[in-house]
Every structure is written in C-alpha cells, then in structure tokens.
Design a protein around this ligand. Structure first.
Ligand code: SF4
Ligand code: SF4
Length: 173
C-alpha cells in the first residue's frame, strides 16, 4: 500500500514539474524579443561565444606540414600538399592546405595535435556558396588576413583563392 502511494506521489510530482517547465517556456516565448531585434544580421555580425567552433583559422607561415591534423580528422577532409624545402632550409614548404567543408563536422579534433599551434577553430559562421567546389577552402591560397580570421571568409574570397596557383604567403627561409 505504501509503495502504491509513493508511486502516485512520484508520478504527480514529476508531472507537475514537467508541466511547470512547459508553462515557463510557453510564457517566455511571449516575453522574448524577435531575433532580428537583438541582432542586426547580416549588417552587424552575431556575437559568438569564445569557444565557438566556426570555420578554421590557419597560419601557413607556422605550419610545418607534419600531417598530424589530417591524420586526426575523423572524416579525412584536410588535404595537405607540400614540397621539400630547398637547401639550406629544412623540412617542407606547404603549398596547399584545403579543407572540404562539405565533410567537416567542426569537431575540433584537428586542432589539439598541431605541434605548431597554427590551426584553430575560428568564429566565422557565415560562409555560403552556390557550388560544392566553393565549399573546399584552400587556406594556403587565401590572403593572410582571411585565413587567420581577421577578415570574413566570404564566398568571394574563396572563389578568388581558386584562381591563385601558388601560396600567397610562405614561410621566410
Ligand atoms: S573540425 Fe573535425 S572534421 Fe573538421 S577538419 Fe577538423 S578534425 Fe576534420
Ligand atoms: S598539425 Fe599543424 S603543423 Fe602539422 S600540418 Fe597540421 S596545421 Fe600544419
């Protein structure tokens, strides 16, 4: 008998709690201002949290072409092209660093293994394009300010980078 009363009490308690939550959010929808009142997007960028995982920021001048980021990527969407550096310089010259954003899931697993701290998740969220080809971004061909996240990674910058055959900025030897 006691168990029966306890079960009824728990059921009534959880039902009341869930109805209270539903009611609270129902009332909030009437109090909340529309999104366009809070943010004047696209005229003004929408603020993002510091740990937001947007399109990458990449520094070609620091990259040593070690492939660790590409190996860590669970969907294999980082494509690195490199050449042996001309002596007396050592290591590699990275000539291409493309990320296929039709596959990338913004998991950030490519960031942690980087020994040179040259790839990060950026705060850009508003890239769009008319073709799938426009979703493949070669960071080695972008202007430094765009690749490093100081300028918008917009479709125009991406299309312009596809006309460039050599890296627009390389590590000084
Ligand atoms: S964020 Fe994840 S899916 Fe995207 S390139 Fe990095 S490791 Fe790959
Ligand atoms: S892990 Fe870092 S240094 Fe190595 S290839 Fe990737 S971005 Fe370059």
């Amino acid at each position: 008998m006691f168990t029966w009363f306890r079960n009824v009490g728990q059921t009534v308690g959880s039902l009341t709690a869930s109805l209270y939550i539903t009611l609270r959010y129902f009332v909030q929808t009437y109090r909340r201002r529309p999104f366009t009142k809070s943010f004047e997007y696209p005229e003004q960028p929408v603020p993002v949290k510091p740990r937001y995982r947007g399109f990458h920021r990449f520094d070609l001048t620091a990259c040593i072409g070690c492939d660790k980021c590409a190996r860590a990527c669970p969907v294999d969407c980082i494509y690195i092209e490199k050449e042996k550096a001309v002596a007396p310089a050592k290591g590699f010259v990275v000539t291409g660093f493309a990320i296929d954003y039709t596959k990338c899931m913004f998991c950030s697993l490519c960031v942690d293994p980087c020994p040179a701290d040259c790839i990060f998740m950026g705060s850009t969220y508003d890239i769009s394009g008319y073709t799938r080809d426009g979703c493949i971004v070669d960071f080695a061909k972008l202007p430094l300010t765009v690749a490093w996240g100081q300028d918008t990674l917009n479709p125009t910058a991406v299309m312009e980078s596809k006309r460039v055959s050599l890296p627009v900025w390389t590590k000084a030897v």
